[in-house]
Design a protein around this ligand. Structure first.
Ligand SMILES: [Zn+2]
Ligand SMILES: [Zn+2]
Length: 331
């Protein structure tokens, strides 16, 4: 029988459709393998084409080239030069389109993917995220910064070259605000952080844990929104990603690489999104909020029902997905 499960972080219901449940390896990506070259002359992110992008705001050099470049998005969603000005006219509220939109070019190699990158290079990417996350937040016009990656056309990007993005917005998005409010509500009732409590229960239960390292736990949520939806939860309670230590950054890189390698091998290199869910640096000491990373392989498209109701349908059992990923061996 199908089951509805409640995601306590968002208070959203998810239909776990066990009737239609497929076997975990039925989710393997069907996209036709296309061998990408290491270098594409027309790609603006490939080495030698640096003049096709705006000047970088950060760069990790390596011999004659670079290892990582962070550049302003040439076609930004928001304008970094604008003033933050609010207008309220009756029921019409608006803010000028101020914001900061950065692209992190993760490697000079056009055909690389996080799963295959050397660990030290993934550590450098995390370090670059932290640096820009803190810098963007130091601008008083910024209300929230989201760090995210879209890999593949199914995840919303047409640019093949490995990259991720940071967008600083002048407002706190509703999705973030509602997670913070739910976390406060849970703390008011129980005196506990919701994520710390979830992590404790998941570790006791064990069935949805994929693996854990010294500083992180990789788990498929009880009410996973879609197949193989995964959380990377830091074991140390802290409200903001800005507070991550050097040791935790190395361990996070290892975790990200293991999860993405398990997806790459076990599900044949699916498109995916990941994002860092974090409070602001000023709220790092918050007792109720706990930052984490959300990873979503794009294995099926969400449709009208999800859009219309906000109720997701997951055609896989989170416990089976976790077991499947536990057993995928990574190098
Ligand atoms: Zn390229
Ligand atoms: Zn916590």
């Amino acid at each position: 029988m199908p089951e509805l499960r409640l995601n306590l972080i968002t208070k959203e219901w998810v239909i776990i459709s066990t009737e239609k449940a497929k076997r975990p390896d039925d989710f393997k990506s069907r996209k036709r393998g296309r061998i990408l070259p290491e270098f594409v002359a027309t790609c603006p992110f490939c080495p030698g084409n640096e003049d096709k992008t705006p000047p970088e705001v950060y760069c990790i050099p390596e011999s004659s080239k670079w290892k990582i470049r962070i550049i302003p998005n040439k076609f930004p969603a928001l304008d970094r030069e604008a003033e933050r000005a609010r207008t309220n006219k009756g029921l019409r509220h608006s803010i000028s389109g101020f914001g900061i939109h950065d692209i992190v070019i993760e490697t000079p190699l056009h055909n690389m993917t996080t799963a295959l990158l050397p660990l030290e290079e993934v550590v450098e990417i995390i370090r670059a995220y932290k640096k820009r996350f803190i810098e963007m937040h130091s601008d008083p016009r910024i209300g929230h910064v989201i760090i995210f990656k879209n890999q593949g056309t199914g995840a919303g990007t047409s640019l093949e070259h490995p990259h991720s993005q940071l967008i600083g917005t002048p407002v706190t998005p509703f999705q973030v605000r509602s997670r913070i409010e739910e976390a406060i509500r849970f703390f008011d009732i129980t005196g506990e952080c919701l994520i710390c409590r979830i992590m404790k229960e998941e570790k006791e239960d064990g069935s949805r844990i994929i693996f854990e390292t010294e500083h992180f736990v990789a788990v498929i949520p009880y009410a996973a929104l879609s197949s193989f939806h995964t959380w990377l939860l830091p074991k140390r309670h802290v409200g903001s990603f800005s507070d991550i230590s050097d040791e935790e950054m190395s361990d996070l890189a290892l975790n990200l690489k293991i999860v993405l390698s398990k997806l790459y091998i076990g599900l044949s290199n699916p498109d995916f999104n990941y994002s860092v869910r974090s409070n602001r640096p000023n709220d790092a000491k918050s007792e109720y909020f706990h930052w984490y990373i959300n990873i979503m392989p794009r294995l099926s498209a969400s449709a009208g029902f999800e859009m219309g109701s906000g109720i997701f349908i997951n055609n896989s059992l989170p416990e089976e997905s976790a077991e499947y990923l536990r057993n995928v061996k990574v190098p």
